[in-house]
Design a protein around this ligand. Structure first.
Ligand SMILES: O=C(O)[C@H]1NCC[C@@H]1O
Length: 229
């Protein structure tokens, strides 16, 4: 490791992600930050018919994976005070509807061209020093405990695309589930396929929760891993 900060390269499903961890020679510190693959607005102001909820307007952003974004208010909910079950049900209905009504395209890999979830927001996309709150409902109705790294990345890309935030302007994002905070900022413009994209820096606190040791036994026939296609 190098001081005062060590770069850690992560191989993620979306591509390379670089995390930067403060390191004083003895201990790692906070905040940690990461740069993911270029993020972009895939669609804005898209009208979607959500069974049981009627017409809503969503944005679709990519921040290493695709999310639909809309204010919880459009679904008659409040991202801070509504029951989590209600937020999850409504977000999942949006995810299902968007999957049926909008075809996603990823510049490099059709395997990544799927909607991972829906992020309900407090609607506060215009720049402010105040945090904006969101809840991310992803995969099989899982709820993120954090403001969501890939979600904040995608949300900043959408805000940048809409002219609501400038390069290197920092916005704070709050998880409605735990209250935990991330900051995000677009640090540079980039191209991703045909998309005008941005590299986004997400920053937050990280803590060790465990260590793992991997062991390779000589007689293990799959010790080098395997590739299944
Ligand atoms: O923060 C993230 O990007 C991850 N957490 C939930 C959804 C993603 O997998």
């Amino acid at each position: 490791p190098s001081t005062p900060e060590t770069a850690v390269q992560l191989r993620c499903p979306c591509g390379p992600v670089t995390a930067f961890v403060p390191w004083d020679g003895c201990r790692s510190g906070n905040p940690v930050r990461f740069h993911s693959v270029p993020a972009f607005a895939a669609a804005t102001d898209l009208a979607i018919d959500v069974p049981g909820h009627g017409k809503v307007v969503v944005d679709i952003g990519y921040g290493g994976t695709f999310y639909a974004f809309l204010s919880a208010e459009q679904l008659g909910l409040d991202v801070c005070s509504s029951k989590t079950r209600d937020l999850v049900n409504a977000a999942s209905a949006v995810t299902e509807a968007v999957k049926k009504q909008f075809k996603l395209h990823h510049p490099e890999s059709e395997d990544l061209a799927f909607l991972y979830g829906t992020i309900l927001t407090d609607g506060k996309d215009a720049f402010s020093e105040e945090p904006t709150t969101n809840i991310c409902v992803f995969a099989d109705e899982q709820v993120d405990r954090s403001p969501t790294g890939s979600g904040v990345t995608a949300r900043i890309a959408l805000q940048y695309h809409k002219g609501l935030i400038q390069l290197n302007q920092t916005r704070t994002f709050r998880s409605s589930t735990t209250g935990s905070l991330f900051t995000g900022k677009a640090v540079k413009e980039a191209k991703f396929g045909d998309y005008n994209a941005v590299v986004v820096e997400v920053s937050g606190e990280a803590f060790y929760t465990g260590t793992a040791t991997f062991t390779v036994e000589e007689e293990d026939p799959l010790k080098h891993g395997f590739f299944f296609k």
